[in-house]
Each structure stands twice: as structure tokens, then as C-alpha cells.
Design a protein around this ligand. Structure first.
Ligand SMILES: C[S@@+](CC[C@H](N)C(=O)[O-])C[C@H]1O[C@@H](n2cnc3c(N)ncnc32)[C@H](O)[C@@H]1O
Length: 256
């Protein structure tokens, strides 16, 4: 299936259709593809500014915490420009290998410039990857963009070997009306889009970062994600949170 084909929508969407940006649910995927294609060349710049340079280190630490080991095969879904894959390659060493999947050709073209890994166009909800073929699946900051959680998680379970691990990195909004919510909203909703406007992506990057906050603000709560992981067949899913907003969802496929 090409990324422009409309997906079957069954199950829980990570957030309601954001009609400020696209007409309705059936246009979600084409909007997401377009905005990431348009901003691919400026994505690393935005990530560096937004995370104040700590993005790749945080991803590497999270991969270690989730148990990634040298020599394993890792499938990085929504590889983007390759920030998770780059962090993983430091841990995997020469004996390990990585496959990256993304729906955006623009993002894949950026990743290809610096990453000597297999890169494939495809979507999380229908992965172009063989069954039981990988030790570890990762998805960094893209769960909010899939069309539904269950299809995505069932695909992750299918491609993992028995005993394999899933790690999803996400930003989670703090409880509304808390001080941390107000600070997160101020930074992500107001400051980051303005800074993004000044970078190489200009107005497109500003729009991406406004959309970014709206998807965080409207996202289903962590309990819904954990329940969808269990319902899809993952064993003992858990969520660890740091600095009030950085969520790490870790789940495993049963060894037998
Ligand atoms: C915010 S970027 C994250 C990139 C990278 N994982 C990181 O940690 O920086 C989100 C990426 O998800 C991709 N994406 C969005 N929806 C997707 C889907 N349904 N299947 C595969 N990739 C998707 C986008 O094209 C984009 O490259």
C-alpha cells in the first residue's frame, strides 16, 4: 500500500481528527505525509533546538534502559531522519543491524544521507517487514501520527521474534491546570513554533511545531495506550516518565 492510500480506520485513534489542519479522519495520513515531507530538511535543526542538544543522548539512554544489546537486529518505525537509529547504532555495534521504515520519502531521503542502514517506505499500521524477524522495535515521537493504535501494536507484535522488546518514546502532556502543563504549553505551543519559524524550514516548520503541540494536547491518556498494548497481545506493558513529559512505553512479546 502506498502512503497516500487511505487506511482502514478501526480501533482507537491516538487523538481526534484535528480539523484545523485537515478536513477529517480520512485526510489525516495525507496531511501527516505532506507536513513531514515539507519539513524533513529542517527536522534535525528543530530537534536540536527544541531538546537543547540532548535529543540523541536521551534516545540512547532510553534504548539502554529498555534493554537493547549489542548484536541485535532493530526495526525503527517512523525512522525520520534517523535520530533513534543513530543512537541505537552506538549500542548495537558492528554485529548488530537496523532497518528503518517511514511513510515520508522526504524523511527517508534525509536519513539516507548519513545512515548506512536498510531504509524502506511503509506505514506502521501495515509494515513491509517479515513476521518474527526482529529482536527490538522502536518508535520515536510518532505514535501520535498513526491512524489507530491496535493495528499498529498488532503489527509490532507480528514482526518481533518471541521474547522481543518494543520501546515507544513519546511526549505526554502533564495534567491540565498544573504548573507543568502551563510551562509545557508555553514552551511547546508558543516558544518552539516561533523559533522553528526562524530556522531553515520557515513557515512549514512553524506549522509542524504547532501541529506537534496540538497532537500532544489532544492525545489519549497513557492508560489507553497501555491497555491497547495489552489488548494487542503484549506482555507486561509499562510506562516510565521523566521530566513530567518524556514517556517510555516498554512491552515484550511472550517468549513462546
Ligand atoms: C516527529 S518525527 C520522529 C522521527 C524520529 N523517530 C525521531 O525520533 O526523531 C515523526 C516521523 O513519523 C513518520 N510517520 C508518521 N506517521 C507514520 C506512520 N503511520 N507510519 C510510519 N511513519 C510515520 C513521519 O514521516 C516522521 O518521519
Amino acid at each position: 500500500m502506498s502512503s497516500s492510500d487511505e487506511p482502514e480506520v478501526s480501533g482507537i485513534a491516538p487523538h481526534p481528527a484535528l480539523t484545523k489542519y485537515y478536513g477529517g479522519e480520512s485526510q489525516r495520513r495525507s496531511f501527516v505525509t505532506r507536513i513531514f515531507d515539507q519539513t524533513a530538511h529542517s527536522y534535525d535543526w528543530i530537534d536540536r533546538v527544541m531538546s537543547m542538544g540532548s535529543g540523541v543522548r536521551y534516545r540512547r539512554d532510553a534504548l539502554r534502559r529498555a534493554g537493547l544489546e549489542p548484536g541485535q537486529h532493530l526495526l525503527d518505525v517512523a525512522v525520520g531522519t534517523g535520530l533513534v537509529a543513530r543512537a541505537a547504532s552506538d549500542i548495537l555495534g558492528d554485529g548488530g543491524s537496523i532497518t528503518g521504515v517511514d511513510l515520508s520519502m522526504g524523511m527517508l531521503a534525509e536519513a539516507r544521507k548519513s545512515l548506512p542502514i536498510a531504509l524502506v517506505q511503509g506505514v506502521a499500521e501495515r509494515l513491509p517487514i517479515a513476521t518474527a524477524s526482529t529482536d527490538f522495535v522502536t518508535m520515536g515521537y510518532a505514535l501520535r501520527h498513526v491512524t489507530n493504535l491496535e493495528n499498529t501494536f498488532r503489527e509490532y507484535l507480528r514482526v518481533l521474534k518471541p521474547g522481543g522488546t518494543l520501546l515507544i518514546l513519546e511526549l505526554t502532556r502533564p495534567a491540565s491546570r498544573s504548573l507543568t502543563y502551563s510551562l509545557a504549553r508555553l514552551y511547546l505551543h508558543s516558544v518552539v513554533p516561533l523559533i522553528a519559524r526562524l530556522g531553515p524550514g520557515g513557515a512549514d516548520s512553524k506549522k509542524l511545531m504547532e501541529y506537534f503541540w496540538d497532537t500532544i494536547d489532544q492525545c489519549v491518556p497513557p492508560e489507553t495506550i497501555l491497555n491497547a498494548l495489552s489488548d494487542s497481545g503484549f506482555v507486561s506493558p509499562r510506562r516510565d516518565i521523566s521530566h513530567h513529559v518524556f514517556s517510555e512505553y516498554v512491552a515484550t512479546k511472550s517468549p513462546s
